[in-house]
Design a protein around this ligand. Structure first.
Ligand SMILES: Cc1ncc(COP(=O)(O)O)c(C=O)c1O
Length: 395
């Protein structure tokens, strides 16, 4: 009996595998300092939790329209206009089971077998595998540390072929915390228009932007809007990871195709989560401001500690991650053997220093580890202290 060769070729999420190992150690009583979290350490704000309870008690527990309730899609349009400077109709919005499903729907709606998907590295772990699920071919585009790992038109030119179909942008970035400025995006938009490349703009961390006003690439002009699919969600901005709610905004042709996929795949996103998401947008006052301030403060703690050590990192401008260059440790000797990459650094840190940092290979670069500062300051300080201790222990 044969299984799908395409699916057999996928790797499972390396980030989930590594953080599961850390969690198992913690469950067995090992005092691991866990810096792997991919979700806010804050609870869903109370006004949203209440909306969820209210939805259950008032019978909002049935299938909804496949693309999402009209009230939520209308509210998303209001938010897109006010926050992202983007004008869309509810018909251009598809609400899904997390931004993850929105991304997969998009790739499936766009890709024909062998179409090339340009993925700037370091990248979010799921993009290459999602591309393969959608029968596309992931093309990893190298970027420069000196440009905060933000992809540029000249980086992209090196990978452009007649099969290039779509570029995935993550703004702000997981894993680097980099944020694209308006002028960065203008240059990329011109490149995408000139080369007729779709842009999937993953803006799931848009609210966690510490030093500038967020710009959506689709807001720059009508041409780029036409070929961009903007991905948004509730997981990170509203601390709603487990509710599984995300959405995309795109032109009619794309949303029609995506609607077909979703109607057969999941019917609709969870009805209770949709109602809570509607209230999250509609009744937001300043409930998430404190969370954003706290993340900004922590990002500066991480950056200052690392900058004062033998390690380096790009200063995070958003999201809640930092990508730490551990080249200083690589090539040195620990316990009589030479450390050859950041995956080994991450393993030593977990096994001997009891601190969990994700190996950068999961994001396409094996000289880095990813730190998540979605945890409290004491844990951050302790974890970085242990990492720095390793830099002192190697020879
Ligand atoms: C860059 C990026 N995009 C999308 C997602 C998926 O988010 P959701 O929980 O909405 O599926 C994540 C989650 O970690 C992410 O980091």
């Amino acid at each position: 009996m044969e299984y799908s060769k395409n699916i057999e070729s996928l790797s499972s999420s390396m980030t989930l595998a590594f953080s599961t190992k850390a969690k198992n150690l913690i469950a067995n009583g090992v005092p691991i300092v866990d810096l792997t979290a991919g979700e806010p350490d804050f609870d869903t704000p109370e006004y949203i939790r209440k909306a969820g309870i209210n939805a259950i008690n008032t019978g909002k527990t049935r299938y909804t329209a496949s693309n999402g309730t009209l009230e939520l899609r209308t509210e998303i349009c209001r938010k897109l206009k006010e926050f992202n400077n983007l004008e869309y109709n509810p018909a251009n919005i598809i609400v899904s089971t997390g931004a993850k499903q929105s991304l997969l729907n998009t790739l499936m709606a766009i890709c024909n077998p062998g179409d090339e998907v340009l993925i700037p590295s370091p990248y979010w772990v799921s993009y290459p595998e999602m591309t393969k699920i959608a029968s596309g071919k992931p093309v990893i585009v190298e970027t420069n540390y000196d440009n905060d790992f933000k992809v540029t038109p000249s980086d992209l030119d090196k990978y452009l072929t007649s099969k290039s179909k779509v570029l995935i942008l993550t703004n702000p970035s997981n894993p680097t915390g980099a944020v694209y400025s308006k002028s960065d995006l203008e240059a990329l938009a011109s490149w995408a228009i000139k080369n007729k490349i779709f842009v999937i703009s993953d803006e799931i961390y848009e609210r966690l932007n510490y030093y500038s006003k967020h710009t959506s690439i689709a807001s720059l002009n009508e041409k780029i809007k036409e070929q961009t699919i903007t991905i948004g969600g509730f997981s990170k901005s509203y601390a709603m990871t487990g509710w599984r709610l995300g959405y995309c905004a795109a032109n009619d042709n794309i949303t029609t195709l995506m609607g077909k996929i979703q109607s057969h795949a999941t019917s609709c996103a969870n009805s209770v989560a949709q109602y809570a998401g509607y209230i999250a947008l509609k009744d937001e006052e300043n409930q998430i401001d404190d969370m954003v301030k706290e993340f900004k403060k922590r990002s500066e703690i991480v950056y200052n500690l690392i900058s004062n050590s033998n390690l380096t990192m790009v200063k995070p401008q958003g999201a809640f991650y930092g990508f730490i260059d551990v080249s200083y440790i690589i090539g040195k000797t620990y316990n009589n053997s030479i450390i050859s990459n950041a995956s080994e650094v991450a393993s030593i840190l977990l096994d001997d220093y009891e601190v969990a940092l994700l190996p950068g290979i999961a994001f396409g670069n094996d000289k880095y580890v990813r730190i998540s500062y979605a945890t409290n300051e004491d844990i951050i300080n302790e974890g970085i202290k242990r990492l720095i201790k390793l830099t002192e222990d190697v020879k």
